[in-house]
Ligand binder design. Structure first.
Ligand code: NAD
Ligand code: WQD
Length: 375
């Protein structure tokens, strides 16, 4: 039977932690020709070479030429803030040449966003706006957006449903709310043209099970789990974890978060991409005909800081010391998802448990003590 031609999908930030796992998931489907744009401000090109290697190794013995072609990533080192560079890339494929975009590239540190707001608005908001403008000019109007649970600020209800008002309380979170608002307004204005799904990630964790790719931030990790991995492998000299507050209204007083395996998160993007297709029904019940939907991607299970430390102690064998210090500005007691809408409408599942996340994270870290090893 003749093979369906490959759909070209652009992943911005494709070399990053989440982006590389999304690209890996797309390649294994052998239905997509993946294009990546990344300026490598927080990633290494090696990640994409390894993703291609994983896909090649997974090819069946009777792989067709098209199957082999699907393992080759069209990777562009470019900055989303340079509209002419983004236009140049779209021009290579012509009008309608790119079927859809998964927009992952962004700056993502809540702390840094307060110190460098213009950087964050320039990359996360202006960069997204320019991308959408170029997409429109090249008749590419299927869009999956990387959003974040941070858009909910301090949620009035936990587990958090998508109907919760968006009220971010950080510059970073506000960049995500602004992007969602721009996308919603665009879909209201042109309901026949645009199909957009915004995925609100909770706390991604873990790595590809073989350990070939994983999270490798430049500099000291901002997030808890990669920090614990760096402590255990000796990439940071701290032997004591500073726990930011234990006086929250939670079961052990420390903050609760909804950790989701990055492979489950990546699978959610495949489901979202498919939901942008002609057969999809996810937009059928949109009240305003605007084809824009937001979905939470989480497990719906919260774990506290101390429970995470315990899980990493088990996975690494490292004897973490902890010291309770003051609360961190901007932290909220509990960010646990209600994932039922994504489960119902996208068929989303997040089966990997916390022990698997910690085991896969540690496997990546021990196989790559210096990460991708490029300076
Ligand atoms: P990451 O830093 O690993 O990946 C982001 C990628 O975008 C990097 O490869 C970086 O080089 C690239 N990039 C940044 N600015 C760019 C620019 N101007 N032009 C081109 N490329 C650029 O981060 P991540 O953890 O993989 O996050 C990916 C997305 O998921 C982001 O949109 C982030 O806001 C969102 N998100 C992340 C988390 C998390 O905890 N990691 C949680 C919720 C949402
Ligand atoms: C988890 C918990 C800390 C470090 C962040 C961003 C969010 C999203 C995911 C982009 C918190 C505690 C941490 C430490 C600690 N990123 N902690 N000591 O804050 O839930 O979310 O990453 O979208 O926008 O805010 O994740 O890993 O930073 O912290 O006690 O040295 O661990 O207080 O409760 P967070 P995190």
């Amino acid at each position: 039977m003749a093979q369906e031609p490959l759909r070209r999908v652009l992943v911005t930030g494709g070399a990053g932690y989440i982006g590389s796992h999304i690209v890996q998931t797309l390649l294994l489907q052998r239905r997509y020709k993946v294009i990546s744009i990344d300026n490598h401000s927080n990633s290494f090109p090696t990640a994409l070479s390894r993703v291609s290697q994983i896909a090649r190794d997974a090819l069946p013995d009777d792989a067709t030429d098209q199957d082999k072609q699907s393992t080759v990533i069209d990777s562009y080192t470019a900055d989303l803030r340079k509209k002419e560079d983004v236009e140049f890339i779209f021009k290579q494929y012509g009008k309608g040449g790119i079927w859809g975009v998964i927009h992952v590239a962004a700056l993502k540190s809540v702390g840094d966003s307060s110190d460098f707001p213009l950087e964050y608005y320039s990359t996360n908001v202006a960069g997204t706006l320019q991308l959408i403008q170029v997409m429109d000019a090249y008749e590419c109007r299927r869009f999956v957006f990387s959003s974040s649970a941070t858009v909910y600020g301090t949620p009035p209800v936990v587990p958090i449903p998508e109907t919760t008002r968006l009220a971010a309380d950080s510059v970073y979170g506000r960049t995500k709310v602004m992007c969602e608002t721009i996308l919603q307004d665009l879909c209201y204005a042109e309901p026949e043209k645009w199909r957009v799904i915004s995925l609100r990630y909770f706390n991604p964790a873990g790595a590809y099970p073989s350990g070939l790719i994983g999270e490798d931030p430049r500099g000291r990790p901002g997030n808890l789990l990669p920090l614990l991995a760096h402590m255990a492998i000796g990439r940071v000299k701290d032997t004591t974890l500073r726990v930011f507050g234990n006086d929250y209204p939670t079961r052990d007083g420390t903050c609760v978060r909804d950790y989701i395996h990055v492979m489950d998160l990546a699978s959610g993007h495949l489901l979202a991409l498919d939901a942008l297709g002609p057969q999809s029904t996810v937009f059928d019940n949109c009240p305003t005909r605007a084809r824009f939907k937001g979905y939470n991607l989480g497990k719906g299970k919260g774990q506290s800081v101390l429970e995470i430390v315990e899980a990493m102690r088990k996975a690494t064998g490292y004897d973490y010391k902890t010291e309770i210090v003051g609360r961190r500005l901007g932290d909220v007691p509990d960010l646990t998802a209600d994932p039922s809408l994504a489960e119902k409408e996208l068929g989303f599942k997040a089966p990997h448990d916390l022990d698997t996340m910690c085991r896969d994270l540690w496997n990546w870290q021990t196989k790559n003590p210096q990460g991708f090893g490029e300076d």
